[in-house]
Design a protein around this ligand. Structure first.
Ligand SMILES: Cc1ncc(COP(=O)(O)O)c(C=O)c1O
Length: 370
């Protein structure tokens, strides 16, 4: 079957491009002697995680406990939870996971650490932790020079063993272009180097220095500071990565397939994909470089100008032959959000459908026993 014969809207992944992206990142990490632990929140799929593992990923970084549990259920090991966990119910899930896999958590404060330590101690389990350093995103994390104080404070948590530091330069997504991305990469590297130095000066050995963002992956792995790279978006790339100069259209593996269902005015087409397929966000942290809500492949004369929930408004900005009934393939602004909006992706090679890829690590719908 050809993708042109699929019902719409639909979510497509070009398997050749996906595999190339996965292979290139793995090869680059290997060449630099940096371990690769991709972030699974991008694809939330054990099939894609399996491809990453096949290409040499030695572990995984998860955005949610659902992702971590789903990976462990399918036999994946060496899992790092990207964010702290708090609250009895979710802390109990971490303690349970600790009994099933090689688990690491990223922490940035004593409150969550102590709650977790108590639950792990009660269960007779131990896990490793990394201190999150803020490299300028202003989300999680301690200042680099504050890392030793936190490590010293957490030394009394007998179920938590210190392994190193981590960061995420998400501010790269608000960058004004390639030079600005390079500046963010320097912030990322300098913050990690400063935290490592401060920790070493207080007698802490820092075997793990972890970071990850697709825009800054190259300079991070070349820095000589980073030991583990944890990128996510690189498997798909998207419109925001193109705007930042990180990827080209040929690198983008994930698209939304839509049909033109109306031409209500000479300058307007309506498609059957809206915000519930393409998403309204302009990259993880917003970016003014983006015009519209996706890039229509092969049609620079079309601008995805506005999205309702189930339909999108496409402005015709140049001569076009596109007409009602035609199908359009759209590269989304933010592929990670789009993959989270479907339970399966259609994998194809040069337009020929090959397989369905379950998005099986999504969560948020766990029902209590009633
Ligand atoms: C802590 C952390 N690490 C790594 C990543 C992956 O970043 P990217 O998708 O830019 O590769 C993210 C993304 O949100 C993250 O929050």
């Amino acid at each position: 079957m050809n993708i042109a014969d699929l019902v719409t809207p639909n979510f497509l992944v070009d398997l050749d491009i996906l595999e190339t992206n996965i292979g290139k990142m793995a090869a680059a990490c290997k060449a630099r002697g940096v371990a690769l632990a991709p972030m699974t929140k991008t694809h939330k799929s054990t099939v894609i995680a399996g491809l990453q593992r096949k290409h040499g990923a030695g572990g995984f970084l998860t955005g949610t406990l659902d992702e971590a549990e789903g990976l462990v259920n399918q036999g994946f090991d060496n899992i790092t939870l990207a964010y702290p966990v708090a609250g009895r119910e979710n802390v109990a899930r971490v303690a349970a996971l600790a009994g099933r896999t090689d688990l690491t958590i990223c922490l940035d404060g004593a409150a969550a650490a102590r709650e977790l330590d108590a639950a792990l101690s009660a269960a007779g389990r131990k896990i490793r932790y990394l201190i999150i350093v803020d490299c300028g995103l202003g989300r999680f994390g301690v200042a680099p020079e504050a890392a030793p104080a936190l490590a010293a404070e957490l030394a009394s948590c007998s179920a938590l063993s210190f392994r190193g530091i981590s960061t995420h330069p998400g501010q790269a997504y608000a960058a004004s272009g390639p030079e600005d991305v390079a500046r963010v990469a320097q912030e990322e590297i300098q913050a990690l180097a400063a935290a490592k130095k401060a920790l070493a000066a207080r007698g802490f050995s820092v075997p793990v220095v972890a970071t990850g963002s697709t825009p800054t992956a190259e300079p991070a792995m070349a820095s000589g500071v980073v030991t583990v790279l944890r990128p996510g978006n690189y498997v798909f790339f998207d419109n925001i990565q193109m705007a930042l100069g990180v990827a080209t259209e040929a690198d983008c593996s994930l698209t939304v397939l839509a049909t033109v269902i109306s031409r209500p005015r000479p300058d307007t087409l309506i498609i059957d994909a809206g915000s519930k397929c393409l998403g309204l966000d302009k990259g993880a942290h917003g970016n003014a470089l983006l015009a519209g809500f996706g890039l229509v492949k092969g049609h620079p004369e079309l601008l995805v100008a506005a999205l309702s929930e189930e339909v999108g408004k496409v402005r015709i900005v140049g001569p076009t032959t596109v007409t009602v009934g035609d199908k359009l393939e759209i590269i989304p602004n933010h592929a990670c959000s789009v993959a989270n909006m479907t339970s399966s992706l259609i994998g194809h090679r040069r337009g020929l459908v090959e397989r369905s890829i379950p998005v099986d690590l999504r969560g948020g719908t766990r029902q209590p026993p009633v």
